[in-house]
Design a protein around this ligand. Structure first.
Ligand code: SF4
Ligand code: F3S
Ligand code: ZN
Length: 133
């Protein structure tokens, strides 16, 4: 699940980049907390108003189905294919593509959110946090 307090925890979730018009926090780094729990890292948290923890997202797609303003888009296999060896798998290779699918939903139009909270509720891994502004 996404850390509900990520916005106010700049120590562990510093802004590390921009992507499709939104901020990325804690991307590209691996950190551990005092208990040795890894913070969402590497792929980072995408967005501020509509935030998706890309470590937690498992490409369920429910958020896209329920969003009344269709503000999410797929980021297809960001970084690598999920095989661990950075080998790209073509979507045409359906069996392996689904097996190693690491697509992430990206809140590309987070400013259009109407705060219905449907995406937060539907996500099976609680990867989304809405921060009404
Ligand atoms: Fe879309 Fe509603 Fe989620 Fe906002 S809270 S991103 S409008 S589903
Ligand atoms: Fe990912 Fe959850 Fe959406 S797993 S695709 S954020 S419903
Ligand atoms: Zn993004």
């Amino acid at each position: 699940p996404i850390d509900q307090n990520f916005l106010s925890d700049e120590e562990h979730y510093p802004v590390t980049g921009e992507h499709n018009g939104h901020k990325v926090r804690a991307g590209g780094v691996q950190r551990m907390d005092a208990e040795g729990k890894p913070y969402p890292t590497k792929n980072g948290i995408h967005g501020s108003i509509v935030a998706v923890d890309w470590e937690a997202c498992i490409a369920d797609g429910g958020c896209m189905d329920v969003c009344p303003v269709s503000l999410f888009e797929w980021a297809l296999n960001p970084g690598n294919s999920g095989t661990g060896n950075d080998k790209k798998i073509s979507p045409d290779d359906k069996e392996n593509y689904d097996k190693y699918r690491t697509d992430k939903c990206d809140p590309v139009r987070e400013n259009e959110c109407i705060f219905c909270m449907a995406c937060e509720s539907v996500c099976p891994t609680l990867a989304i946090k809405i921060n009404p502004s």
